[in-house]
Design a protein around this ligand. Structure first.
Ligand code: MN
Length: 212
């Protein structure tokens, strides 16, 4: 098997009381495992089985809908788990690259959070909200995509980029605890975001962009 379900960098109950244990367990062992298995099945025996996930995503329109959904699901959840931490929340450290990048574009953190929440609230149905680097200008931007699409699918999405932070807006991510209260779920998410990891993602994205 080419792609493997990544282990979570914390236990299923570590994100309580914001994200509940049961949701984390089902989300990881059923949903993310399902995307991973179906992705592997879709690429089995094809030349894609030797390609990094980012390359598959960037040319995803050449392939089946199933590959698009499952490659997206695999990548999106991997990013999502990594930017969460029991020690997360709060604001990026003053003077850090991510703090400066947010301040430059959104003037302050609260304004960024408000814009991100608005984008996440306005996604109709299932999808994701993103904070990404737009490679040609090195600019950060907020966007949202339906289903398991993401900004790396640059031949499909309206606003392409390299995501540094993503929020799962599928009901499977929050319904057990929050039911229809997506706004409360988004607030809980911000209590868990590990800004140091988001900053590392930004550094990696800038490196990738500078090589393109
Ligand atoms: Mn999900």
């Amino acid at each position: 098997m080419k792609f493997q379900l990544p282990q979570l960098p914390y236990s299923y109950d570590a994100l309580e009381p914001y994200f509940d244990t049961e949701t984390m367990r089902i989300h990881h062992t059923k949903h993310h495992q399902g995307y991973t298995d179906k992705l592997n099945k879709a690429i089995e025996g094809t030349k894609l089985s030797n390609e990094p996930i980012e390359h598959i995503l960037r040319e995803v329109s050449k392939h089946s809908i199933s590959l698009r959904n499952n490659a997206g699901g695999y990548f999106n959840h991997r990013l999502f788990w990594n930017i969460l931490s029991p020690n997360g929340g709060g604001e990026p450290e003053k003077g850090s690259e991510i703090q400066k990048a947010i301040a430059q574009k959104y003037s302050d953190f609260d304004n960024f959070k408000k814009s991100f929440k608005e984008m996440a609230m306005n996604r109709f149905g299932s999808g994701w909200a993103w904070f990404s680097l737009y490679e040609p200008t090195n600019d950060l931007f907020i966007s949202s995509t339906p289903n398991q699409d993401n900004p790396l699918m640059d031949d499909l999405v309206e606003f392409p980029g390299i995501p540094v932070l993503g929020l799962d807006l599928w009901e499977h991510a929050y319904y057990l605890k929050f039911q229809n209260r997506r706004a409360d779920y988004i607030d809980a998410f911000f209590q868990l975001v590990d800004w140091k990891t988001v900053e590392r993602n930004l550094e990696t994205a800038r490196r990738v962009a500078s090589m393109a």
